[in-house]
Design a binder for this molecule. Structure first.
Ligand code: 13P
Length: 253
């Protein structure tokens, strides 16, 4: 089975004003000119989406949002609809990030509704899953992931799965400098792919891209990308700097 096209995404979290985001996006476009062996996405804060899109729209860099609300419109103060995200130039949306689960009470049930809303609006959801340090220490990693996948993807068809990306982000490796070793990550990615095979069939399991996230840097991306079931990365801190992020995108294996 040939490997899938790599996908490297930068999650800018709650960093950068619109002005700063545009500056970084400009630098990135300049550095990445001519690169097309990797799909590249950046997810700035909502307030910078439209401005960043204007900067990258002629380049290979694509834009994603960090969250959405599933309703089309209405009295939902502070929320952003899928249509608003699409109209800001986004093709992707990150869903179920562990920080949303941890600080904003997001559940697998919410994640499920958000994935449906994304797909209904032709947005590709980048669906985040991962265990905490305590869950790993208690030997619960696979159970937790099994539950997150089964509940998050309940009711979806193999056809739907053609338009999603999964991101394994062990919570203990996010922003901590502790990367899962490439073997640890591969073990989980293999498990996830076999779970997808059981639920949606071999063909989908072979084509779905599974990203790794958690302290990815230019120094460790090569080793991760060598692994047969790791198809890319969802990068936090190191994506805020255009040169560092480009160093990850230009990984050598
Ligand atoms: P860090 O790369 O900063 O560990 O963040 C990972 C992450 O949460 C990406 O979504």
């Amino acid at each position: 089975m040939s490997k899938r096209k790599p996908f490297i995404a930068g999650n800018w979290k709650m960093y950068k004003t619109s002005f700063e985001a545009v500056e970084t996006a400009r630098k990135l476009v300049r550095i990445l000119k001519g690169i097309n062996h990797v799909d590249i996405m950046i997810a700035p804060p909502f307030t910078a989406l439209a401005a960043v899109y204007e900067v990258v729209k002629e380049s290979s860099v694509m834009v994603g949002a960090q969250n959405l609300f599933w309703e089309k419109e209405g009295a939902y103060t502070g929320e952003i609809s899928p249509g608003m995200i699409v109209s800001s130039g986004c093709r992707y949306v990150i869903i179920g990030h562990s920080e949303r689960r941890q600080y904003f009470g997001e559940t697998d049930c919410n994640v499920n509704k958000k994935i449906r809303a994304a797909l209904n609006n032709s947005l590709v959801p980048v669906i985040c899953i991962g265990e905490t340090e305590k869950e790993r220490d208690e030997g619960d990693t696979f159970n937790i992931l099994d539950k997150q996948i089964k509940m998050g993807l309940e009711g979806f068809s193999p056809d739907d799965l053609k338009h999603v990306i999964l991101a394994y982000e062990p919570v203990w490796a996010i922003g901590t400098g502790k990367t899962a070793t490439s073997d640890q990550a591969q073990e989980v990615h293999r498990f996830l792919r076999s779970l997808i095979e059981n639920l949606f069939g071999k063909k989908i399991a072979g084509s779905v891209r599974i990203l790794y996230g958690g302290s990815v840097k230019p120094e460790n991306i090569g080793e991760l990308m060598l692994m047969p079931d790791i198809d890319g990365a969802l990068v936090g801190g190191a994506s805020l700097d255009a040169e560092k992020f480009a160093g990850i995108i230009n990984f050598k294996i």
